[in-house]
Design a protein around this ligand. Structure first.
Ligand code: ANZ
Ligand code: ZN
Length: 885
């Protein structure tokens, strides 16, 4: 037989599958569906990296098995193509991002096809395609046009659980400026990268530095678009109970959302003995310590300063402090070890609502502007930071909680550190001797009754900053009119296309380069027909990926004709019609009409995604964002399920041969193209599966891929041993048993994404074949079917050469012959004083004790033993037993 010419084989089968549309899913097939999603790539100029291959290859293998098991599998792919790298490339080369994107996609496609990843190409999508981002923009407008009942953490109410009958959404009238919308604009301090000239989301700042370029991030005030993800925080936590995600993924999401139960307390402010209009509101998880509040601290960014400027006698120093604080990162500010700094705001006092005590107000940067209310009541006796601050500035420390055991004696004993645990209240008037738990409830109730506070829930999760000052993103479909304010672009005018531009640099003012395209920016107000300007911010790169898995279900769906009646010109007035009380054009009767993103019957058929594979790094970003969008779309009745993904798994990363993260600068990047050239696609696929446990980090090894290459070659040569005929009779019991053990083990491993052991089991079986003189076509065929998900080209070629049935991809997945496994026997050698006396057939799970019993009852052994005394028995488990006299 000729040598293993992988190039020829791989080309042949790749063309074959392309022609046959292998991998194409069928809508509404009566087979059981399996929707298998992998995170779609950003088509960068560098092409596919081996990390992509890890996720795509494993999922491709899994899907091939599922198809052979009779499932209607949808395994789609598309391009998450908006984002900074392409824009930066355009900046450097002058090549338009659309052109660069198309070039990059072509590279990715060629590589993916070469590797035999059988995606359903008929469902390919591209987030930068106007027919796609039209709907991303549409979703944004729905966020803008809706409010969420009880959505604000400030309100103290926990959003109730969603029921089918009642949506938590309220439609907000266009000219309603007070109802909190789910998409809103707000002047706020943002992280700003001076090098990229871009606003960064909190999660893009890694220990104070820009995630992309490493430059130190700064703070800047800017008007930003935000999405009110906090409105969905409770549901995002609660519904984790209904999905099958890795535990570590659930825990990370829960911690990221960071739900705290506590209370809000209002402190009145006084200047020269007179009450001010402004109050100071704080969030606390320890309202039981309210009597111990001896001063207040507000964040430097707190808006109060501007409001009460004229009451502050040391405003110059205060402003100097604010200026210095703006140059520190959050981490620098909150680190416990850092010495606390601050300055008293002279001229005003705060009044504790529970006992009317007048206490000083400080500004200090250990209080963060974007957590709680940006202000705290400081209780130095029971909080470590407050303790430190009080020590430094000689402020009173008042104990109000003691351990239950110390309740009676020395209540006012000097502490030498904060007592932060729960206990029993002292020095707290009518609340004395309540436990902390009881007091939290009682004090919050009292505050509520006097209008000075309430129970409240707070989240670490911040609303999602949804603005970027860049070109290559979805334009935010909003118009700013001097007369009407914010006016949404009418839905029937979507998509709002990105205009072509010459210069991609962000402007020096930090505005998007779109700001310079005057004939695009200047427009007409859809409400008053007066002159108006378009929003120039674009959406962040996480926008298009927040709903792409819906579009795969129906990639060309277009709700024609005139699907979206122009609802911009509704009667004026503050209409807050509940979606479910007033029929909205969005809500169809049979769940079919009003669908916008995909047809309802296709969503009904395919959703939820059965398995979603991706990287751990997306747990608190993309995975959380897309769950949020999905829940919102569920509330809009655009999708049939409350959660998008039934199951989430995560793959590890592949490190360079040096055990370090692959990076261009380290020169340890493995190029898939080179590996394919040298060893072929099947070897590359199989090696990446073999490299290590799927969910862990593994280092690349050239020896490793060479080993897998040898395996492919041996399989190739073993096919020479195939004898004609379909009868398994020719194969030894050993081969048959091993084959069925391999079927059982490999199926179980592949089902549970233990790819490395699937490959090693196939290798073991192949080693056994090596030792055989011949093998039946039937047994070899079963082995090839197991190999097909791993090395499809080789398996298909050998199938064609050795089998009479057609295409391997149409074959069912091998079934285990349980009887064969049950019947399997091993042979145990029995010796007396080292000489062979007997051999017995027994079950492979025989214990040492059973082996001894079997040996001693062997007729031949007993004859040989005669009357000799047995001195000891040597046992080699499952192999040999030697009776020594
Ligand atoms: C009074 C108090 C007394 C507090 C006490 C703690 C102990 P978690 O659990 O993380 O939600 N806090 C509130 N807003 C803050 C801000 N913007 N910057 C820094 N700290 C802030 O923490 C809630 C606690 O963190 C709140 O409860 C508040 O301090 C502080 F013995 O209020 B506490
Ligand atoms: Zn107008």
């Amino acid at each position: 037989m000729e040598k293993y010419d992988f190039h020829k084989i791989e080309e042949k089968w790749s063309e074959h599958w392309e022609k046959e549309h292998y991998g194409q899913a069928e809508d509404f097939s009566r087979k059981a569906k399996h929707y298998h999603l992998v995170e779609f790539p950003y088509p960068s100029g560098a092409g596919l990296h081996v990390g992509h291959c890890m996720g795509y290859g494993a999922s491709d293998a899994y899907c091939r098995m599922k198809r052979m098991q009779g499932y209607n599998v949808m395994y789609p792919i598309g391009w998450d193509a908006f984002g900074l790298p392409t824009e930066n490339y355009a900046l450097r080369t002058g090549i338009h991002p659309t052109v660069a994107t198309a070039q990059n996609i072509a590279i990715f496609k060629r590589q993916i096809k070469q590797l035999g990843y059988a995606f359903d190409w008929s469902r390919e999508i591209n987030t930068t395609d106007p027919d796609y981002y039209r709907w991303t923009q549409w979703i944004f407008l729905q966020f803008y046009k809706h409010s969420y009942k009880g959505d604000s953490p400030n309100s103290g109410t926990v959003p109730g659980s969603r029921s089918k009958e009642r949506s938590p959404l309220i439609k907000v009238a266009d000219d309603d400026a007070t109802t909190p919308r789910l998409a809103y604009q707000k002047e706020m301090p943002i992280n700003w990268c001076p090098a990229c000239k871009i606003g960064l989301a909190n999660e893009e700042v890694i220990s104070g530095a820009c995630e992309r370029c490493g430059a130190q991030a700064e703070k800047r005030m800017q008007k930003q678009w935000l999405l009110r993800i906090t409105a969905y925080a409770d549901r995002l936590i609660r519904d984790l109970d209904t999905v099958d995600y890795l535990d570590k993924i659930k825990t990370q999401q829960i911690n990221w959302i960071g739900r705290s139960e506590g209370a809000r307390v209002h402190f009145m402010l006084k200047a020269e003995g007179r009450k001010l209009a402004d109050e100071l509101e704080v969030f606390t998880t320890r309202v039981d310590t309210l009597f111990g509040a001896t001063f207040m601290v507000i964040a430097p960014e707190h808006p109060l300063i501007q409001n009460i400027r004229y009451q502050i006698s040391n405003i110059k120093e205060v402003e100097g402090y604010i200026d210095r604080a703006s140059r520190k990162s959050d981490l620098e500010r909150t680190e416990l070890a850092k010495e606390k700094t601050g300055i008293e705001i002279l001229g005003i006092k705060a009044v504790n609502p529970i006992n009317d005590a007048e206490i000083p107000v400080f500004i200090a940067d250990y209080v963060l502007p974007n957590y709680g209310t940006g202000a705290v009541m400081a209780v130095p006796a029971h909080d470590e930071r407050d303790w430190e601050f009080a020590q430094k500035y000689h402020l009173p420390i008042k104990t109000v909680v003691v351990p239950a055991s110390r309740k009676q004696k020395n209540q006012n004993e000097e502490l030498n550190q904060a007592y932060i645990d729960y206990g029993v209240l002292v020095n707290s008037g009518p609340f004395d001797s309540l436990t902390s738990g009881e007091a939290k409830k009682k004090i919050a109730e009292r505050l509520k009754s006097i209008g000075a506070g309430d129970f409240a829930v707070n989240y670490k999760l911040r609303d999602w900053i949804f603005s970027r000052q860049h070109y290559w993103g979805e334009p935010i479909p909003i118009i700013h009119c001097k007369k009407c304010g914010i006016v949404p672009v009418p839905e029937d005018q979507l998509p709002l296309r990105l205009p072509d531009i010459e210069k991609y640099e962000p402007t020096e003012t930090g505005k998007s380069p779109l700001a310079k395209v005057t004939d695009w920016v200047n427009t007409i107000c859809p409400r008053c027909d007066g002159p108006a300007k378009r929003e120039t911010d674009t959406m962040p790169n996480w926008a298009g990926s927040s709903w792409y898995y819906l579009r795969y279900c129906d990639p060309n769906f277009n709700p024609h004709p005139d699907p979206l009646p122009n609802r911009e010109r509704e009667p004026k007035g503050n209409i807050k019609d509940d979606l479910f009380e007033t029929p909205s054009p969005l809500r169809g009767e049979g769940g079919g009409e009003g669908q916008v993103l995909a047809s309802r019957d296709k969503l009904d058929y395919w959703l939820p995604v059965d398995i979603y594979d991706g990287g751990m790094e997306h747990t608190t970003l993309h995975l959380l964002y897309s769950r949020f969008w999905h829940k919102f779309l569920y509330d809009l009745d655009q999708v049939p399920t409350a959660e998008p993904y039934a199951k989430r798994i995560a793959h590890g990363i592949i490190l360079g041969p040096d055990g370090q993260k692959m990076s261009k600068s380290r020169g340890n990047v493995i190029n898939p193209d080179e590996m394919i050239k040298k060893f072929g696609a099947d070897t590359l696929r199989a090696y990446i599966m073999f490299i290590g446990p799927y969910d862990q980090e593994s280092a690349w090894s050239m020896a490793g891929i060479q080993g897998v290459f040898r395996f492919m070659n041996r399989v190739w040569h073993n096919s020479n041993k195939v004898t004609g005929g379909q009868s398994p009779k020719g194969d030894s019991p050993q081969v048959l048993v091993k084959l069925h053990q391999t079927i059982a083990g490999a199926t179980d491993d592949l089902t549970n994404f233990r790819l490395n052991t699937v490959v090693s089991k196939l290798m073991e079986f192949n080693n056994l074949l090596e030792k055989q003189a011949a093998i039946s076509a039937e047994s070899f065929g079963l082995f090839l079917r197991l190999l097909f998900p791993i090395a499809p080209h080789l398996a298909a070629e050998l199938w064609e050469q050795t089998q009479t049935q057609k295409d391997i991809s149409a074959q069912p997945w091998p079934q285990v012959d349980q009887e064969l496994l049950a019947e399997q026997k091993i042979t145990i050698v029995i010796q007396v004083d080292g000489k062979y006396r007997d051999g017995i057939q027994t079950s492979p799970d025989i214990s040492e004790e059973e082996m001894k019993q079997a040996a001693l009852s062997s007729q031949k052994a007993r004859v040989s033993l005669g009357t000799k005394r047995i001195r000891r028995i040597v046992v080699v488990p499952k192999k040999l037993i030697n009776i020594v006299t």
